[in-house]
Design a protein around this ligand. Structure first.
Ligand code: GDP
Ligand code: MG
Length: 596
């Protein structure tokens, strides 16, 4: 056990975590060079396309230290975006140390700090790493100052690396074995292991990712999940080494996986304790905090008969995404589906994409909403996060909406643009301060409802990518809310309704109609699109009917071309939902929230 090191790499997004992990993996030779590709731990398509890490990944690296001793290094790569803090927090719970990576050209950013605090909460030993020292604009001395002043760490300990060129990697490996503590625990005590993640394998059932704290576990053992007393027989244990590498046993201090023919997906919970059935440990771990969703939206299958499939898919995805919350939901327009809670907009998009790709489903996601606190005339207090369930306004005494404290760090030249953006979103500027002579930290209080949709994208674009954004939840505050209804072809579509501040409702209504006009394709008849507040129409657009059959162009002669065209149309159709007599494409449901 004294030759094990469990650590994580934490950093602001883009500072080079995944690239550094690649170098560490390569340098220990667990994977042949011909099988290696960049960002090897970002195994999901969506991570590769977007160039971001969404899931934590574990890899066990054998390392022979300078003094000749053999070590086993468990590296846990973690995501950097605010939406995935929950994922980071769970990964850290199974580590003793962390590499805190700082980009030598960008310095300390919002997420660097947030992640440092998380690491400190878990009492981790921290090694600062200054990366990208190969860049001409790298300023190591300036970053060292920030490490001392802003982070309160000793810059003397900092390891200098270029993950891109591979410099500093041997020094970093030595720092890991010399500066980070080995795990504590009793290998002879009864088994006590913590589940920090899991995923579903179609051939083997649930694969549990766990950290063994005490004792050991091997194939053939009877184990028990302590939260629900489910008992299983272990089929296989092993280490994550890009592929699963089966082992005879896993023992105290190690991080690895367990397969135990677990078919009941809901038996496995993050934070749960695994022990031996016959010889259990005395006390379970405290478990993780439940993730607190802040954005809510409903998910429906495009084809109503896919509901059962969607239900199984969500349950399996939840295994690998403990922050996803869901319950059954139904809509007049869209049928049966699920109301889901997410940690932010990026989380929502990731869930949608994973459901569609990993489970081959075609989905409709409704416009996201935050949760409102309502006091009714009869004195009852209720929480509403679904516009479709918003009560009649005459029954409502008062409404409160959630606020956040936003922390935005930008180069000084973008101050005006950021100020304007936040003011448009009903923000209140509370404070600003210079972190260095040219970098500014701005604090705003903003209604969460104004931030959930495209605030982060807007901020990135007005600051040419230099703005960083992080937030904490504040309390709910009194607001003036109205429900904006959307009528397509004269019919109210509950899944398109949104809750909006009164002052913005008309403008939003006009915007929503314009967007829908762009998104909904022409059909055989004219389609009016209207926005209404309390029965009063505030905006209207019309989609004119199309004139010709698309196949008419093909003159009848070229059959194969005609067939292709029809097939193309059919494929497109899978992404269309019939609402009344109108086909509405999937994208339209999210487009109503776009602000322009
Ligand atoms: P992550 O978001 O922290 O995982 O960051 P990535 O590892 O995806 O890196 C972000 C970008 O920085 C990529 O384009 C990398 O190629 C680049 N990068 C990472 N490390 C270095 C480095 O040491 N030097 C240079 N020049 N670029 C780097
Ligand atoms: Mg990454």
């Amino acid at each position: 056990m004294k030759n094990i090191r469990n650590f994580s790499i934490i950093a602001h997004i883009d500072h080079g975590k995944s690239t550094l992990s690649d170098r560490l993996i390569q340098s220990t030779g667990i994977i042949a060079d011909r099988d290696f590709h960049d960002q090897i731990l970002d195994s999901m398509d969506i991570e590769r396309e977007r160039g971001i890490t969404i899931k934590s990944q574990t890899v066990c690296l054998p390392y022979k230290a300078a003094d000749g001793q053999l070590f086993s290094l468990n590296l846990i790569d973690t995501p950097g975006h605010v939406d995935f803090t929950y994922e980071v927090s769970r990964a850290l719970a199974s580590c003793e140390g962390a590499l805190l990576l700082v980009d030598a050209t960008q310095g300390v950013e919002a997420q660097t700090l947030a992640n440092l605090y998380l690491a400190m909460e878990h009492n981790l030993t921290i090694i600062p790493v200054i990366n990208k020292i190969d860049l001409p604009s790298a300023n190591v001395e300036w970053v060292k100052e920030q490490i001392a002043d802003d982070l309160g760490l000793d810059p003397f300990d900092a390891v200098l690396t270029s993950a891109k060129e591979g410099t500093g990697i041997p020094e970093l490996l030595e720092a890991i074995v010399n500066q980070l503590p080995p795990p504590e625990g009793d290998a002879d005590a009864p088994l006590k292991a913590m589940i920090f993640d899991s995923h579903y394998d179609p051939y083997r059932g649930t694969v549990v990712h766990m950290r063994i704290v005490d004792g050991s576990v091997k194939a053939g053992d009877e184990i028990r999940f302590m939260s629900n007393d489910a008992v299983y027989k272990v089929e296989e244990v092993g280490l994550f080494q890009i592929v699963r590498n089966p082992q005879k046993t896993l023992s105290a201090g190690q991080v690895g996986y367990m397969i135990a023919g677990i078919k009941t997906v809901s038996d496995t919970r993050c934070g749960d304790t695994v022990t031996h059935h016959k010889k259990p440990c005395a006390k379970a771990f405290g478990g993780f905090h439940e993730a607190k969703p802040v954005v809510f939206s409903s998910i429906y299958p495009v084809a109503s008969d896919d509901y059962e499939e969607l239900a199984t898919a969500i349950e399996k995805l939840k295994l690998n995404d403990a922050a996803l919350m869901y319950e059954k939901d139904s809509s007049a327009a869209l049928g049966f589906g699920f109301r889901c809670g997410f940690l932010g907009m990026l989380h929502l998009e990731v869930v949608q994409e994973r459901l569609e790709r990993e489970f081959d489903l075609s989905l409709i996601i409704t416009a996201p909403s935050v949760s409102y606190h309502l006091e009714l005339m009869d004195g009852e207090n209720i929480v509403v996060d679904n516009p479709a369930l918003y009560p009649d306004p005459t029954l409502i005494k008062s409404v409160k909406e959630p606020f956040i404290k936003a922390n935005i760090i930008v180069p000084e030249r973008y101050m005006g643009a950021v100020m304007k953006l936040c003011m448009e979103r009903r923000g209140i500027n509370r404070n600003y301060q210079y972190l260095t002579s040219s970098r500014l930290e701005m604090i705003f209080e903003l209604p969460l409802g104004e931030v959930v949709y495209d605030f982060y994208d807007k901020l990135k674009s007005i600051t040419q990518g230099y703005g960083s954004f992080d937030y904490d939840m504040l309390e709910h505050r009194e607001t003036n809310l109205v429900k904006l209804d959307i009528l397509v072809n004269g019919e109210k579509v509950d899944a398109l309704a949104q809750l909006v501040h009164k002052d913005k409702a008309e403008a939003r209504g006009r915007m929503a109609c314009e967007r829908l006009k762009e998104e909904i394709p022409r059909q055989q008849f004219k389609i009016p699109i209207q926005a209404a507040i309390g029965g009063k129409i505030v905006a209207r657009e019309t989609i004119s009917a199309f004139r010709k059959d698309v196949t008419a162009k093909c003159y009848g002669g070229d059959i194969s071309r005609k067939r292709k065209l029809l097939e193309k149309q059919k494929k497109g159709k899978k992404r269309m939902k019939m609402v009344g007599q109108v086909e509405i494409p999937q994208a339209a449901f999210l487009s109503v929230l776009k602000t322009g």
